[in-house]
Design a protein. Structure first.
Length: 158
């Protein structure tokens, strides 16, 4: 559905990919300074690459394409013009953030950085409290009852 009313958007100030990247870099740097390798290298590369590939397939290849096909923005600092409920959005209200989480985890495992993985729950919590809540409030204002039905039927993450 295309929205009817004017809304300035969710008010997200920090681009989520930048947040994930900054915390991942911090975790990897901590891992270089204080190494805690938790997997054999070949196992880390195999598992990490599979998780990274799943994240790339979910977000950049499927999720973003679905949003662009619906003629709405992928930028969380801009107002949504269409409520997207197909593609990966049938299974998760936030497949792009789930994708970022998978990509972060995959890279953290490839880097064999326990520090990166220890920091990941903090990123997910920050996203839930300060990004997703704002976006959901925006979608509620913009799409009303249609968004409520969608929210009742599709989980936030999985």
């Amino acid at each position: 559905m295309t929205r009817d009313n004017r809304d300035d958007g969710p008010g997200v100030r920090i681009p989520p990919p930048l947040l994930y990247l900054a915390v991942l870099a911090l975790g990897i740097l901590l891992g270089l300074a204080y190494p805690v390798h938790f997997l054999p290298t070949a196992v880390a590369w195999t598992i990490g690459a599979l998780i990274l590939a799943a994240g790339v397939a979910l977000g950049p290849l499927w999720g973003i394409r679905t949003m662009l096909s619906a003629n709405t923005t992928v930028r969380p600092d801009r107002p949504a013009t269409t409520l997207v409920t197909d593609g990966p959005f049938r299974y998760s209200r936030n497949p792009l953030y789930l994708s970022l989480t998978l990509m972060y985890a995959g890279i953290g495992i490839i880097a064999n950085s326990l520090w990166a993985l220890i920091l990941l729950p903090a990123v997910v919590l920050f996203m839930s409290l300060f990004v997703i809540r704002r976006e959901e409030a925006h979608l509620q204002r913009a799409f009303g009852e249609e968004y409520e039905r969608y929210r009742a039927n599709v989980r936030r993450w999985l």
